[in-house]
Design a protein around this ligand. Structure first.
Ligand SMILES: NC(=O)c1ccc[n+]([C@@H]2O[C@H](COP(=O)([O-])OP(=O)(O)OC[C@H]3O[C@@H](n4cnc5c(N)ncnc54)[C@H](OP(=O)(O)O)[C@@H]3O)[C@@H](O)[C@H]2O)c1
Length: 334
């Protein structure tokens, strides 16, 4: 089978190689990869900036959907031909993650999914809902589960509350879609007016261009009559975290997810305590959260927003697009 392998950091070092098709252990399955979606994490890894555990050579990418082609002797949940979607952390089933869960992340430290055939744990795969294509399903394991954890599992978002999403990447667009489906108001910030138009067509109730309005936290307060938002999807880190504290209502919830600006965030501690803000780190979510999210997505017929689809042969082009930033998700599917 063909795999895209990274032996050295850098887009120019992505290499198409021939590897053996994996053979399942008793509680594992092998799937024919039908679609992979990329995450910012994959770019971080490819460019040598990712600080989490991994070693090269590594097949990158974590999110995959496909069709079961072989099952281990003790597998009961699947039969050959089932459509499935992978779980990012193969051994994180519920509760808080332990070392075993972290060690089971696809695409670092485990080998990733940019191969024609992919080995998954039986419990590390979920049946793909019939209403979703494989390309759509492949976008869910990291970005959608992260937004779901932030707003629903941790945030307990209620109808009528207000959510702030930052930028138009995978996590934020899912945050917008989940927020709207739950009856929340969503304010979005983006670097581009053209993207803001697209955000409005997806239902954003308020929008701010953070390049034209660098003090976007003040603009958020203006849009909420000085009260502030109930939830923030904080994907930028750095100085943005302080701005999120300014933009949150007293007692509101900030889900700290990303670090597109900076991993280090300067903070005025007094602003945090006066706001009594709940600042909670997110690291995707377990299988149980993914299951609850799939039920919710199916009930609301939520279709992921896919910016572009590349063929398996065009994988380096897909990564280049990821590096430029996508509106929603980038998919690799033939
Ligand atoms: N903790 C977790 O569980 C978890 C899970 C998934 C992702 N993440 C992290 O979350 C971040 C986003 O991931 P993603 O996969 O959604 O990324 P992505 O799809 O690559 O999103 C990139 C988009 O983010 C926006 N952006 C960039 N810099 C920004 C800034 N300073 N302020 C506001 N928006 C900014 C841009 O949109 P505009 O041009 O519209 O501004 C850009 O197109 C990354 O740091 C990633 O590592 C963490």
């Amino acid at each position: 089978m063909k795999s895209w392998l990274t032996k050295k950091y850098g887009l120019e070092h992505l290499q198409l190689v021939e590897q053996a098709v994996p053979v399942p252990e008793p509680k594992q399955i092998v799937i024919r990869n039908r679609a992979v979606s990329l995450n910012y994490r994959d770019w971080d890894l490819l460019t040598g900036q990712y600080s989490g555990a991994h070693t090269l050579p590594l097949v990158l990418a974590s999110d995959v959907a496909g069709e079961v082609v072989r099952v281990g002797s003790e597998v009961r949940d699947f039969i050959v031909g089932d459509r499935v979607t992978g779980l990012f952390r193969q051994h994180w089933l519920d509760g808080e993650p332990d070392a075993k869960a972290f060690a089971s992340s696809l695409g670092g430290p485990l080998q990733g999914v940019l191969s024609e055939y992919v080995l998954l744990e039986e419990k590390g795969a979920l049946k793909t809902p019939a209403y979703l294509s494989d390309a759509e399903a492949s976008t869910l394991p990291i970005a959608a589960v992260t937004a779901w954890t932030a707003l629903v599992e941790d945030g307990q978002l209620q109808p009528g509350e207000t959510v702030l999403v930052q930028g138009t990447g995978g996590v934020s667009i899912f945050g917008l879609q989940i927020g709207k489906a739950l009856g929340a108001k969503v304010i979005a910030i983006s670097s581009s007016d053209a993207k803001i138009k697209r955000l409005q067509s997806l239902g954003a109730d308020g929008s701010i261009n953070y390049i034209a309005t660098p003090k976007w936290d003040k603009a958020v307060l203006d849009l909420t009559n000085g009260r502030g938002v109930d939830h923030v999807i904080e994907i930028a880190g750095g100085e943005s975290l302080q701005q999120s504290i300014q933009a949150i209502r007293t007692g509101g919830h900030i889900a700290v997810i990303g670090y597109l600006n900076n991993k280090i965030a300067p903070l005025d501690v007094t602003s945090l305590l006066w706001k009594r803000a709940n600042v909670r780190g997110v690291t995707v979510g377990p299988r149980r959260s993914f299951e609850r999210m799939l039920e919710f997505f199916a009930r609301h017929e939520i279709h992921p927003v896919i910016d572009a689809t590349y063929s398996f042969a065009e994988t380096p082009k897909a990564f280049a697009h990821l590096g430029r930033g996508a509106f929603g998700k980038i998919v690799i599917a033939d």
